[in-house]
Design a protein around this ligand. Structure first.
Ligand code: ATP
Length: 238
């Protein structure tokens, strides 16, 4: 396993947001967490990124226990997150946002940096047309793409994507999922949180359903997508 979460418990004060969660993410796969609002999906991603402290349990990445490492050390090791919603720096241009994603590498004038920038522009041509636009003036979909692009600029082994299709028009949702497939095809492991469960499950090697801070079901995405009770509860019965 490239990433392993073992017995994770996370609190906000007295609220137990995550209760004894364990799962693994295998290299080269897409792993998805689905669940209702407030189930603890975002908290799980934030804790893996180091933005929330753990109350109990541990997180192992690439053979190293990272449970208590600061976020930037995790980014350096190859773990980067694309946050939910408009998580860009609004007062910075597209290019400056992407440079922020590459901050841990300190090599923004090297061929490797240029290669990564080209990769992001290939995945998101819209961003290349708007390099000098202020992020805060872009549409929701464009900002979503920028947040994903910024996460990829750290050249991660695992990218954590928090609801990348949230609030997007159907055509753009299909585009985002195609891009997620492409990111995986290029060799980056994906840990995905999605409300758009049907789309997410059908392309997931592995998936977990969270309910009030616990994992209640796990399995290959296609199996869960075909399960009658999962369909009824999470896929709108379709
Ligand atoms: P959503 O799909 O609505 O984003 P989620 O599955 O990502 O939901 P979380 O955002 O992880 O869920 O929230 C898990 C629980 O922790 C919820 O009960 C939520 O109210 C609580 N929670 C989240 N953030 C905070 C916070 N900053 N302070 C207090 N409680 C919080």
């Amino acid at each position: 396993m490239l990433l392993e979460v073992e017995g994770l418990c996370v609190n906000y004060g007295h609220i137990e947001a995550i209760r004894d969660i364990s799962f693994g993410v295998e290299e080269g796969t897409i792993t998805t967490l689905i669940g209702a609002n407030g189930a603890g999906k975002t908290t799980t991603l934030k804790t893996i990124s180091g933005l929330r402290p753990v109350r109990a349990g541990r997180i192992v990445f690439d053979g190293t226990d990272i449970t208590h490492l600061p976020p930037y050390e995790r980014v350096k090791m190859g773990l980067s997150q694309s946050p939910e919603g408009r998580g860009c720096f609004p007062g910075m241009t597209v290019r400056e946002n992407l440079d922020m994603g590459a901050f841990v590498r300190k090599d923004t004038r090297t061929p490797a940096y240029q290669q990564d920038l080209d990769r992001v522009f290939d995945l998101f041509p819209r961003l290349s047309e708007r390099v000098n636009q202020m992020a805060g003036t872009m549409s929701g979909g464009e900002q979503q793409m920028l947040a994903m692009g910024r996460a990829l600029m750290a050249r991660p082994k695992v990218v954590l994507l928090d609801e990348p299709s949230m609030g997007l028009a159907p055509k753009l949702i299909a585009q985002i999922f195609a891009i997620i497939d492409e990111i995986r095809a290029q060799g980056t492991t994906v840990l995905l949180v999605e409300q758009n469960a049907a789309q997410a499950l059908k392309r997931s090697d592995s998936a977990h359903i969270l309910e009030t801070g616990r994992i209640i079901r796990s399995g290959p995405g296609r199996d869960l997508a075909g399960d009658a009770s999962v369909k009824a509860a999470y896929l709108g019965g379709d």
